[in-house]
Ligand binder design. Structure first.
Ligand code: PLP
Ligand code: COI
Length: 343
């Protein structure tokens, strides 16, 4: 799509083709440098490991415009590190973090006319995708790989924007089990969440809150975002125990809550039953796509808990403001999270 045909002020989270992508191959035991090419399809063997056995991982990042027109990334080193961890879990070759960040910057600059303006609140979503392309029959890692980075201009992930969403607590489905791949960003983690998401949307909920697979009691996360609650005025989030994606936004929210809002923060098991108690006053989810999305209500079977009359809570709103102000350099980047892209 040509950038002049895009209404940057009414974007949702849908695929829009941009001009240029980055592609690099791993062959004969080594990575090539990679290059920018026009966005488009490439050939892949029907025997490719990713097509047959799901050997693929991805990341999600955003390039934002600041008020004075600079282009910035949020903690890209963290995405590089997490992607290498995902690669390790699927026996895929590691890559250099500096190479990753350089490629991300190049592809953003090449698509800079697609970055939504500061005033629109939108972003250029960056999708690094790393797949096993070599053909394989027995279940084993590929010997050849492709690393692609493409971009899409986006608005809010949940169409509501910074409005509270309604979530369902489900005991019907799980997302990840101990020893599995829940803490990495493998493509297969997401395939299994489509049916639960469709079913809950049909009932009027934006998403499911997944519980831990062992006990069906403790909150894991929200399928595409991490979970937070405010309990007795303290910030709590499920502790990382191998089944939850270690969100970069999650980590940042924990720091902002403790260092800027001077709140006590706890990473611990949270029973879904705690959300129905009066001590729990706010809930929200966090992620690159979701940013900070307030949770207006949670429903388990016939029980519904509405938070703050379905409006964003005070602490949630403060955290949202702080995070987005730092991300767009409206306030000083005191944690050194922002990386500028210079042309
Ligand atoms: N959990 C899942 C399953 C996700 O897909 C995401 C998005 O990347 C997150 C949590 C939030 O992670 P981050 O804040 O790094 O985007
Ligand atoms: C992100 O927040 O970047 C994610 O990866 C969520 C995505 C699956 C929509």
């Amino acid at each position: 799509m040509k950038e002049q045909d895009i209404d940057f002020y009414s974007l949702g989270f849908e695929f829009i083709e941009t001009k240029t992508m980055f592609i690099a191959e791993y062959k004969n035991g080594k990575w090539e440098d990679g290059k920018l090419v026009p966005f488009g399809p490439f050939e892949i063997s029907p025997g490719a490991c990713v097509l047959n056995y799901g050997q693929g991982i991805f990341e999600g990042m955003k390039a934002l415009k600041t008020k004075d027109g600079k282009i910035v990334l949020f903690r890209p080193e963290e995405n590089a590190k997490r992607m290498n961890k995902s690669a390790e879990r699927l026996l895929m070759p590691s890559f250099d973090n500096t190479w990753f960040i350089k490629a991300v910057k190049e592809v953003v600059l090449a698509n800079q006319e697609y970055i939504p303006p500061y005033e629109s609140g939108g972003a250029l979503y960056i999708r690094p995708l790393y797949i096993g392309t070599g053909p394989i029959l027995g279940v084993a890692p590929a010997t050849e790989y492709k690393f692609i980075i493409f971009t899409v201009p986006v608005g809010p992930y949940f169409p509501e924007g910074f409005k509270a969403i309604d979530l369902e607590i489900s005991k019907k489905y799980t997302r990840a089990a101990p020893g599995g791949t829940g803490s990495t960003k493998t493509i297969c983690n997401y395939a299994g969440t489509m049916k639960p998401a469709k079913e809950t949307k049909e009932k009027g909920y934006a998403q499911i809150i997944y519980l831990d697979a062992s006990n069906m009691e403790y909150i894991d996360e929200v399928g595409t975002a991490n979970f937070f609650a405010v309990i007795d005025g303290k910030i709590v989030t499920p502790k990382l125990k191998g089944t939850i994606l270690p969100g970069i936004t999650r980590k940042s929210v924990l720091e902002l809550a403790s260092k800027k809002l001077h709140l006590e923060v706890f990473e611990r098991d949270i029973s879904y039953k705690e959300l129905f108690e009066n001590s729990c006053t706010e809930a929200f989810c966090s992620g690159t796509a979701a940013v900070i999305t307030p949770i207006g209500s949670v429903t388990f079977e016939i029980n519904k808990r509405i938070f703050n009359n379905g409006e964003p809570g005070e602490i949630t709103s403060k955290l949202y403001e702080l995070l987005t102000e730092i991300q767009r350099l409206d306030i000083n980047d005191e944690f050194d999270w922002i990386v500028k892209i210079e042309s």
